[in-house]
Design a protein around this ligand. Structure first.
Ligand SMILES: [Zn+2]
Length: 443
């Protein structure tokens, strides 16, 4: 796939609120992406780097068995590529890379290597489908890391690319710290590697400094300079990793690097689940037909356990409260129509929504649903009465589901006992001077 022959995007979209006949009442999908012939928001590929970037996470230690389990799960999920640690990193890394290549997965296997002929020679012997070649191009890295100038970088890059291609493998060339590299240097380097037939060039926000607007500008500029695909890699130091990935696709990038739960160096990169939460809203048909979204939780749980962390409470999709609705006004609307307060459908991920009813913010609609879940029957007036009891207790202290359930059950029991008594002698209440007969229908 090459970015320049891409013809997708919200191509031909009518101006907002107006159709081609000039009818201003045209109903427009509010989630439709911004129309742009460059956009790849509904045609992108995922390079899943849990087994490379993720191995750089502080807590990560993946033995061979764990790597194989993760690789198989990611493959079943439907990621396009799985990137693994360089075989030059250690002898075990080389063996693991070979073992993953032998699994015969549908996903292509890439390894991430320095722009160095020795690393490339080792990597092409492992059975990988391609190499992701990287070198630092910012003045910081040129001065303080590898000490090479741009002429040397370009010459070596071309040698390595030609070598990898001569072995019939795919090759990507990426700068490191692209956003703090000189733009003219960067573009002339990418133009040179594009000319020798590199499959992809990569933009990497290695330090997580870029904003979505900067990403759009750089990728858009690069899209006008090279004809090959564009891969992007975003660190999350300033919380922009998902937004940056989205903007990169809007600007014409074709591939996004992710890791499960975003694990990676420091606080990691664009998370697989978070990116798909974003993309399923923008391009539901593409995302749902390509990725097995119901596997997401299982994969995140597997990786979370492997690196000994909990899934964050605010994680998109799988955070424990991602589909929990609490305020009474929200709960009522959700129970009528979930789209009122949900942009994602939990069922798409094999999950269920939860309407919170054990709090002072609850409303009787939520409690009514809970009454039904407990298999009890009450009239609306009775539900309103028990709701008031729940709210009274919840004003005094935090209450758990069990607390609210026992209030409901004992209230219901009271109604039941009352109705039995009433069956013998109808009970009459005198309230504000009026006579009211309590329910006698045994509910
Ligand atoms: Zn990285």
């Amino acid at each position: 796939m090459c970015g320049t022959d891409n013809t997708n995007g919200a191509n031909g979209a009518a101006p907002i609120g107006r159709n081609n006949n000039g009818n201003a009442n045209f109903q427009r999908n509010p989630y439709q992406p911004v129309g742009d012939f460059l956009s790849n928001v509904d045609n992108f590929q995922i390079i899943e780097s849990t087994l490379r970037e993720g191995e750089q996470f502080a807590n990560a230690y993946f033995d061979t068995e764990t790597k194989i389990k993760i690789a198989k799960a990611l493959d079943a999920f439907g990621v396009d590529y799985i990137e693994v640690t360089s075989p030059a990193a250690s002898e075990q890394s080389r063996k693991d890379c070979e073992a993953i290549c032998k699994l015969g997965l549908k996903a292509k296997i890439l390894t991430h290597v320095r722009c160095d002929m020795r690393d490339a020679m080792l990597a092409v012997e492992t059975g990988v489908d391609g190499l992701d070649v990287v070198i630092g191009t910012s003045s910081f890295l040129r001065e303080h890391s590898h000490g090479k100038n741009m002429a040397y970088i370009e010459k070596t890059a071309i040698e390595v690319i030609e070598f990898v291609k001569s072995k019939g493998l795919e090759v990507r060339f990426s700068s490191e710290d692209s956003f703090r590299s000189d733009l003219v240097d960067l573009l002339s380097l990418y133009r040179a590697v594009d000319k020798v037939g590199v499959n992809r060039v990569g933009i990497a926000d290695t330090v997580g400094c870029a904003s979505p607007r900067q990403v759009y500008d750089l990728v858009r500029t690069l899209r006008g300079v090279v004809s090959c695909d564009i891969e992007t890699h975003f660190h999350n130091d300033t919380g922009c990793a998902i937004a940056n990935a989205y903007c990169a696709l809007e600007a014409g990038a074709t591939h996004i690097d992710t890791s499960v739960l975003g694990i990676g160096e420091r606080n990691g990169i664009t998370p697989l689940g978070g990116l798909l939460a974003r993309m399923v809203v923008t391009a539901p048909d593409y995302v749902k037909s390509k990725y097995k979204l119901h596997m997401l939780k299982e994969i995140e749980d597997m990786v979370a356990e492997a690196v000994q962390v909990n899934t964050p409470f605010n994680n998109p999709i799988t955070g424990f409260c991602a589909f929990t609705h609490k305020a009474g006004i929200h709960a009522k609307a959700i129970l009528n129509n979930p789209s009122t307060y949900e942009i994602l459908n939990p069922a798409d991920f094999g999950l269920t929504r939860y309407v919170h009813f054990a709090s002072r913010l609850t409303g009787w609609n939520a409690v009514k649903t809970r009454v039904g879940q407990l298999g009890l029957e009450m009239t609306d007036d009775q539900v309103k009465e028990v709701t008031a009891k729940i709210k009274t207790l919840a004003d005094v202290r935090p209450i758990a589901i069990d607390d609210a359930d026992s209030i409901i059950r004992s209230f219901h029991l009271g109604l039941h006992e009352q109705s039995q008594t009433n069956g013998k002698t109808p009970h009459v209440l005198v309230q504000n001077g009026e006579e009211k007969t309590m329910a006698t229908n045994g509910v």
